[in-house]
Design a protein around this ligand. Structure first.
Ligand SMILES: C[S@@+](CC[C@H](N)C(=O)[O-])C[C@H]1O[C@@H](n2cnc3c(N)ncnc32)[C@H](O)[C@@H]1O
Length: 264
């Protein structure tokens, strides 16, 4: 049965005792969804990562309890089991608990673990999808991940698996454009693996650092040269690495191309 407008609006009501996993988008507060902003304005307790704090928290109630649980300068991130426990405790205490996560909660974001923890504790939970950096970063750099005639598929990969290293993948079989998360510190290893698996060293690479944020930088290079180029440019995380023919294209007209190419 189709949902009517009233039932769609009812989805914005945040009942006490629930946990909502909310995507904050890639950083630009304009890329927060309306539903995420509604949820933020109702939450009693907000736990956010380092990549999801900042300007989007302006939507929070002035009296909301706000806790940073991500990596902060000089401090270790709060361990995942402790975050899970805090979500459950808050909901059991009758709080509307909002777990704010960078990008989309279910793309390399450990949202599934938090959902499972709520399920196991009998806590009602839901997810509000967010704009993943995997989509936003290439777009703002003028890269269409699946540009017709150039790429018929896109593969999202992480460069940090559970063990902290590159995942065990069939590197020769990854189809289409590769969009790599958390890959800045592993660029050399990643490039070596892909070249050994048959991708030419001349394959275009674009690294988009701080996408949608002030100071966004796009570095364009090749698989063979990108690791050195990124080091020379002193690129800072967060950064998304796009590998494939589309990475050589810049469709933007509104982003200053001179700035984007400064480090190429
Ligand atoms: C732990 S993952 C979380 C991904 C997130 N759930 C998402 O959907 O975007 C963090 C990685 O996302 C990417 N990332 C997040 N925000 C970014 C941004 N503003 N610009 C470029 N890359 C970003 C980087 O690769 C970063 O290391």
């Amino acid at each position: 049965m189709a949902l009517d407008y009233a039932s769609l609006l009812a989805r914005d009501h945040f009942p006490p005792g629930e946990v909502w996993l909310v995507g904050a988008g890639p950083g630009d507060p304009g890329l927060l969804t309306l539903r995420a902003a509604q949820a933020l304005s109702q939450a009693d307790l907000i736990l956010h990562d380092s990549l999801s704090g900042g300007a989007v928290l302006r939507h929070a109630r002035p009296d909301a309890e706000i806790i940073a649980v991500g990596k902060r300068k000089g401090a270790a991130p709060v361990p995942q089991p402790r975050i899970n426990q805090r979500l459950v405790e808050g909901a059991r205490a009758g709080q509307r608990v909002l777990r704010l996560k960078g990008g989309d909660p279910f793309i390399f974001g450990r949202g599934a673990e938090e959902a499972r923890a709520c399920q196991a504790a009998g806590i009602p939970w839901r997810v509000i999808p967010g704009v993943s950096a995997g989509l936003a970063a290439p777009a703002v750099a003028g890269i269409a991940l699946t540009q017709r005639g150039m790429a018929q598929a896109v593969t999202f990969i992480t460069a940090h698996d559970e063990a902290g290293g590159l995942p065990m993948l069939d590197w020769a079989a990854l189809p289409g454009t590769i969009a790599a998360f958390m890959a800045l510190s592993r660029l050399n290893e990643l490039a070596v693996l892909l070249i050994a698996a048959g991708r030419p060293a001349a394959t275009p690479v674009a690294i988009i650092a701080g996408a949608t944020l002030a100071g966004q930088v796009t570095l364009r290079s090749t698989l063979g040269a990108c690791s050195l180029a990124a080091r020379r440019a002193a690129l800072q995380a967060p950064a998304l690495v796009v590998i494939g023919d589309v990475a050589a294209v810049d469709l933007t007209t509104h982003v200053p191309v001179a700035a984007a190419r400064r480090h190429a």
